[in-house]
Design a protein around this ligand. Sequence first.
Ligand code: DQA
Length: 145
Amino acid sequence: MKILIINGPNLNMLGVREPEIYGRRTYAELCAFIQDYCKDNGIEAKIFQSNHEGAIVDEIQAAYRVFDGLVINPAAYTHTSIAIPDAIKAVGIPAVEVHLSDISKREEYRHRSYTAEACIATIAGRGFEGYAEAIALLKEKLCRE
Ligand code: DQA
C-alpha cells in the first residue's frame, strides 16, 4: 500500500512558526513521525511539502495510478484553493484532510475548507497524531475494498 502525504505552505516552518499553536516540534520531526508510523504498519510513504499551489496540484496529478491513498494538510490553501480539491477529485484517490490545529475553533476564515468536499474525512486539532489517524483510516478503507 502506497500513501502520499502532502503538506502545504509554511508547514516546513514547524517548530519556529507560532509554537503556541503548532507546537515546538520541527517539520523534520513530523516527517520522522509519519515515516515511523508507516514503517510499523507496512505502508510505503512519500512525503511532499510545497509553498506553491501549482506544485501541490502537479504532485496530486502525478499520484494518479501510483498511490493508493492521499493524506493532505493544504495549510492556508484549505481556505482558498479550488484547484487542490479539483485535482483530488480528478485523480479519484481516496484522501483524508489533516490539520494540526482545530480550525473550527480558530478565526472564522479558517472554518471554511474547500478541500474537505474532496476528502472522505477531516481530522483537525490532533497535532502529529492526526496524520497517524488519517493513515489508519485510509488503510482501513483500502483493506476493506
Ligand atoms: C493548518 C491550519 C490552517 O488554517 C493554517 O493556514 C495552516 C496550518 C493546520 O495544520 O492547523 O497553515 O492547516
